[in-house]
Design a protein around this ligand. Sequence first.
Ligand code: ATP
Length: 398
Amino acid sequence: VERVLSGMRPTGQLHLGHYHGVLKNWLKLQHECECLFFVADWHALTTHYDTPEIIEASVWDMVIDWLAAGIDPSNATIFIQSRVPEHAELHTLLSMMTPLSWLERVPTYKDQQEKLSSKDLSTYGFLGYPLLQSADILIYKATQVPVGEDQVPHIELTREIARRFNHIYGREKGFEEKAEAAIKKLGSKRAALYDEMRAAYQENGDDEALDSARAMIEEQQNLSLGDKERLLGYLEGGGKIILVEPDYKLTPASKMYGLDGQKMSKSYNNTISLREPIDEVTRKIKTMPTDPARIRRTDPGDPAKCPVWQLHEVYSDEITKSWVQEGCRTAGIGCIQCKQPVIDGVVAELTPIQARAAEYAEDPTLVKNIVAEGCEKARKLARETMREVRDVMGLNYG
Ligand code: ATP
């Protein structure tokens, strides 16, 4: 079974960017895979270390938003990062083998360095953020990580970390000979293909070759599980697979735009939160900027230059979208008219979520129990991985 892990930072109210960018995938995956969703409170401290009250206030509200959106605790484990301190242990251990340059070249770190003003601190925690994220994922051996587009480089880093860890710590005695013997069991034709794909991956970083080789190995009926594992490990130049390389999973709105046409984000003040009062939703959309060329109702416009169009991309069906395209270009419709289907779509989406959120908000004990149970489940899984990790790193003193 695929295992899914994903988290969000409790830094304020969840908004439509979180909903369409990530939560939509959570809602789907909870019926298909084993899912673990967590409140990333330590990650929140990387940027909000001096405002603990925001984190504290947002943790439970965020869980309520997830439940109200339809995350079902009987299908998904919901937990809080800091209640599973094994994440911190794995982070420390991974930090010993992670080249500093890998962290320094992560785009979110580079961007932050460029944006820092003289009063901002450049912290060790922020540099290590993607490594802590790697620990969050690897500790559960998650195979899929639903995220927004900005997080993709972090998942790629996680894959590299897993590969390096397996390479260093996954070698059993006589690994090479055992792997060679397993290659022979493939038969001469497949063995040649395996070698070719291994070279393509190791020499040229050809990920497609890696995927094809993996698929070929998985299909082989005559190989034991140990042999399969050795071949998979050998492919990547390492040994046994201890930490699993995850894939990221994006929704069609993996970069959802906000009211001003930039990425929807609290820091741009361009959000509609999941619990935004309905009259405020209407007001915000009605006052959204549109294509600056449409000064008068009779001026034609271009949807590509209009933030409202980006919301139609998420909320409208093909017929409505053609109506907008045609109407905007010919000035057949006005901006107020154009905005109405978006208002209707957002209101229809948020009304039932807000009703459910109000019910959960009235029962804090229920919410806390769901989380307590989730923390226990997650901790059990995390402990299993840590036993293995300590073992191979020589930390299991008798
Ligand atoms: P904000 O920018 O509003 O403070 P955030 O990005 O800091 O939000 P995180 O908790 O870091 O919030 O993100 C949780 C998840 O939501 C991440 O996977 C992130 O990529 C995704 N996400 C956040 N904003 C958007 C958006 N506008 N579109 C798509 N995905 C988003």
